[in-house]
Ligand binder design. Structure first.
Ligand code: S3P
Length: 160
């Protein structure tokens, strides 16, 4: 068992901030897939999409998932919003879906200039992802609390 906690959910569901909080509380390490892609390629996500295309991004995302599967234990994994659509995230650890209403997610990300998928039909992307997130998760958490509150809730459920 890897003992990793894997956070999934739509853009703006709080995966990275809740991941940071979980890592702090559990004195563990956050592995943030988007941040890893950016640091390894030396480019921000919107430039990767613009210069190399989404397929290249997805290929790299898949490569990092297999790296995590083979090498990472006892850590917190923050995925990208599209990761569960291209990889079986249950292979990475216990998967927690941060279930966030569409309007709330959008209100958090609407001014972001590093989320190329915002250019797509975002409502239909959200709807098409719902089943993927549900089917890919072991635990569903409604993310309607503070970052710390949600992190504590996740730990309580996992340590029950
Ligand atoms: C994506 C979500 C983004 C990032 C990329 C694609 C998606 O991650 O991986 O822009 O397809 O939903 P966040 O959910 O962290 O914004």
């Amino acid at each position: 068992m890897s003992n990793n906690i894997v956070l999934i959910g739509f853009m703006g569901s709080g995966k990275s901030s809740i991941g940071r909080e979980l890592a702090k509380i559990k004195q563990s390490v956050l592995i943030d897939i988007d941040a890893l892609i950016e640091s390894n390629l030396g480019m921000c996500i919107s430039d990767i999409f613009a210069y190399f295309g989404e397929e290249y991004f997805r290929k790299y995302e898949r490569f990092l998932c297999s790296f995590i599967k083979n090498n990472i234990k006892n850590s917190i994994i923050a995925t990208g919003g599209g990761t569960p659509a291209i990889y079986n995230v249950k292979e990475l650890g216990i998967v927690v879906y941060l279930d966030t209403p569409f309007k709330k997610a959008i209100s958090r990300i609407k001014y972001s200039n590093n989320r190329p998928k915002l250019k797509d039909n975002i409502k239909s992307l959200y709807e098409s992802r719902l089943n993927i997130y549900k089917n890919s998760s072991n635990i569903v958490i409604e993310s309607s609390d503070t970052v710390e509150g949600i992190a504590r809730k996740i730990i309580n459920i996992l340590e029950k």
